[in-house]
Design a protein around this ligand. Structure first.
Ligand SMILES: O=C(O)CCC(=O)C(=O)O
Length: 189
């Protein structure tokens, strides 16, 4: 795992992507939010007042097709330009997402498909990461026999409150960090 600073300096998105500009530029376009599709204006209204333990997390893989200008306001950081998926042409698997969420929302434990090494940039706010070594199953997590699917029955908040502590005296502890705005994390395969 590597945390990088200073490699997003050319991104228009860094200064431009705030709520108002994203709402304006996307208008009535609907983004994928868990099981539903929502306009950004509605999503931000929801996320301002949400009190649920598992707030809905906006996670949209078609954002740049839906609102093409968004696709032009960031670029792949120089370190990640080798693109092995390019040999697949139109068969390329999903490869880019915009992610938005209020405090307490997030992705739970998983292993990315296709042996992906993923980079993940933070534009606003900050994101806590907990990465376990490949041979370690985090407490409370139940992988499928081949390890490809993992189920984590508790919310992220509950995991931190009730299960995280168990790892404190494990020999193989997770690597943890907080990725702040303008930083990028590389999560290896
Ligand atoms: O930013 C996140 O919530 C995690 C994203 C992630 O791990 C993924 O897309 O596989």
């Amino acid at each position: 795992m590597v945390l990088l600073e200073g490699c997003l300096d050319s991104w228009v998105a860094l200064d431009k992507w705030d709520r108002d500009s994203l709402v304006n530029v996307s208008g009535n376009v609907r983004f994928s939010v868990g099981p539903v599709e929502m306009r950004l204006e509605d999503y931000f209204r929801y996320s301002d007042q949400v009190k649920e333990e598992r707030p809905l997390y906006l996670f949209d893989l078609k954002f740049a097709q839906k609102v093409p200008i968004l696709g032009s306001e960031f670029e792949v950081p120089v370190y990640f330009r080798e693109d092995l998926f390019s040999v697949l042409g139109n068969e390329r698997p999903d490869y880019r997402w915009v992610i938005i969420g209020p405090a307490g929302s997030g992705s739970s434990f998983h292993i990315d498909p296709n042996s992906t090494s993923a980079w993940n940039a933070v534009i606003k706010g900050s994101k806590k990461w907990v990465l376990f070594p490949p041979d370690v199953v985090p407490p409370g997590v139940h992988p499928s026999p081949d390890g490809a699917e993992v189920a984590c029955p508790v919310s992220i908040i509950e995991w931190f409150m009730n299960l995280y502590g168990a790892t404190k005296n494990w020999k193989k502890r997770p690597i943890e960090c907080i990725c702040k705005a303008r930083e990028v994390i590389l999560v290896p395969n």
